[in-house]
Design a protein around this ligand. Structure first.
Ligand code: ADP
Length: 512
């Protein structure tokens, strides 16, 4: 029932309704703004979801794709729309056969399955960390998946594990230091080589390994690395032979390779030192040098001292010869003694030449033009060359650092042999040339002579080794001398030849 004063009660109602509508309006405004706010949030989330680099997706309780982002679609190799409504096992079956059972487990247990590492099969092997969460609320029941690609991380991890293994198992000491020489890593070989356990030297100055004589060596190298970076930007590192001090005070000979270490911005932050113990090698080298020198002196003394009694034999044989002219038998024997003495003298002279040919102390090496030395050798052989009407061609030859006399001897011996061992009825044709191969000059002397059977290709370089009798003059020392000269310069002497097909003698020489 309405009150009698309808107008009044209407007015009352109006009065009561006014504040209510303001509240309502306010509520409506609040609602609208929170709706807008939620809408914005949703849009933000949507963008995040779509553009995330991790693969995100939601599958319903039957494991059909409901929603997924581009990243997950990319992992499966299909567009987003091709997934919707389809069962997980229909999409990328190879991956699905791994993670479908996991999602079934999540749905059954309603428990998340976290940090599962999944790797796809080669050739495009990739690794992901995958999290599966059950989604259960009033309206939905399914499973959400999050795929994070860790392939690069894994590769870096594998690489550093492998690298770490190499460093740990290396026989060389591998140490890293900062630019002020503080030790920051120390491998087991460093422990064994220097006698310091890692915990004793980490964080200490690397100068603990220096000897008083080379205290500045490493700081100087580090200084040069820094200076190079300032000047050119890319320091090269250095390799030096040095001496280090062990914990027990003993000194060891080492080969030290210092290489720059950069941070990820390319800034020089330190250096790695690879230290190889060469103490035994140095000792063996020194012993070999001593033995060689002793042998050289012995051979020289023996050859030198043998000359005197030989000269006497020859002299007395000649006297005998002149006194017993009538006795033919005695004459022949005396003649034979004289001939043997002469031959022995020649052998000893050649042996002396061989021992003296590479006199390290007296070597006078300089830059020589091989065209000139080859012409000198040809000049020395001029008579023999014209005697057998030899044709010689010489290609342009390089300049090398050597003793000129050595090079003249090399050309003279090899060209001389090409003449001496010419084939019957053929004019000797000789070609001299050179070409560059792997940091060396390879010279060749090619002839059209009698050739040498392959089984003798090594033997002929030995001292007094000949393939001919007395009918061809020579003592078998020429090639041995050539080999000694070439060996001394770090080169190699070899040949290619066949019986009747001529020979090519090659020798390599460092290209400096
Ligand atoms: P030698 O000429 O005094 O015998 P070498 O040391 O110069 O001594 O040569 C050793 C041997 O190698 C020679 O006796 C000869 O049999 C063989 N030889 C060297 N050069 C040639 C060549 N160009 N062709 C054929 N045989 C050669």
């Amino acid at each position: 029932m309405w009150p009698a004063n309808a107008t009044g009660s209407q007015a009352y109602l109006c009065h009561r309704n006014k504040p209510m509508s303001r509240e309502l309006e306010q509520t409506q405004r609040n609602l609208k703004s929170s709706e807008e706010e939620s809408h914005h949030r949703l849009l933000e989330l949507e963008v995040l979801y779509r553009t995330a680099s991790v693969g995100l997706g939601f599958l319903d309780h039957e494991l059909r794709y409901v929603r997924l982002n581009e990243a997950l679609a990319g992992i499966n190799g299909l567009p987003v729309e091709a997934h919707i409504g389809r069962h997980a096992s229909e999409i990328n079956p190879e991956l699905a056969q791994i993670f479908v059972p996991m999602m079934e487990q999540v749905l059954a247990s309603k428990q998340p399955l976290l940090n599962v590492e999944i790797t796809s099969a080669p050739p495009c092997e990739r690794t992901w960390i995958v999290n599966f969460h059950p989604v259960t609320n009033a309206r939905t029941f399914g499973v959400s998946v999050v795929f994070q690609d860790i392939t690069v991380l894994k590769e870096t991890e594998d690489l550093s594990t492998r690298f770490g293994r190499i460093v740990r198992s290396s026989d060389d000491a591998i140490i890293s230091i900062t630019l002020d020489g503080t030790i920051t890593s120390w491998n087991p070989a460093a422990e064994a080589m220097f006698g310091y356990p890692a915990q004793e030297v980490m964080g200490k100055a690397v100068s603990v390994l220096a000897t008083p004589r080379n205290a500045n060596e490493l700081p100087d190298i580090l200084g040069r690395l820094q200076a190079q970076q300032l000047a050119e930007g890319l320091p090269q590192g250095e390799r030096v032979e040095s001496v280090c001090r062990r914990k027990d005070g003993h000194y060891i000979d080492v080969l030290l390779t210092v290489s720059p270490i950069y941070d990820r911005h390319g800034r020089l932050i330190g250096a790695s030192e690879i230290v190889r113990d060469i103490t035994q090698q140095k000792r063996a080298q020194a012993a070999l040098l001593r033995t060689n020198e002793e042998l050289r002196q012995f051979a020289f003394a023996a050859a030198h001292d043998l000359q005197e009694p030989l000269r006497n034999i020859g002299l007395h044989a000649q006297i005998l010869d002149s006194q017993h002219k009538q006795n033919t038998e005695a004459d022949e024997q005396v003649e034979s003694i004289i001939e043997s003495a002469r031959r022995m003298q020649t052998l000893i002279r050649d042996l002396l030449e061989y021992t003296e040919v590479v006199d390290i102390h007296g070597a006078q090496e300089k830059s020589i033009d091989c065209n000139e030395v080859c012409q000198t050798a040809l000049g020395n052989l001029a008579f023999a060359l014209s005697d057998c009407a030899a044709e010689v061609s010489v290609a342009p030859l390089p300049t090398v650092v050597a003793e000129p006399a050595h090079f003249i001897q090399l050309f003279q011996n090899l060209i001389g042999n090409a003449l001496k061992y010419r084939a019957k009825g053929r004019h000797p044709q000789i070609h001299v040339s050179a070409e560059q191969r792997d940091g060396h000059w390879v010279f060749s002397v090619k002839d059209n002579g009698i050739g040498i059977a392959p089984e003798y290709h090594d033997r002929i370089f030995g001292v007094f080794k000949r393939l001919h009798g007395r009918d061809v003059p020579g003592t078998g020392i020429g090639l041995a001398i050539c080999k000694r000269i070439v060996d001394h310069h770090g080169g190699r002497l070899w040949l290619e030849s066949e019986v009747g097909g001529g020979s090519t003698f090659y020798f390599s020489f460092p290209d400096c």
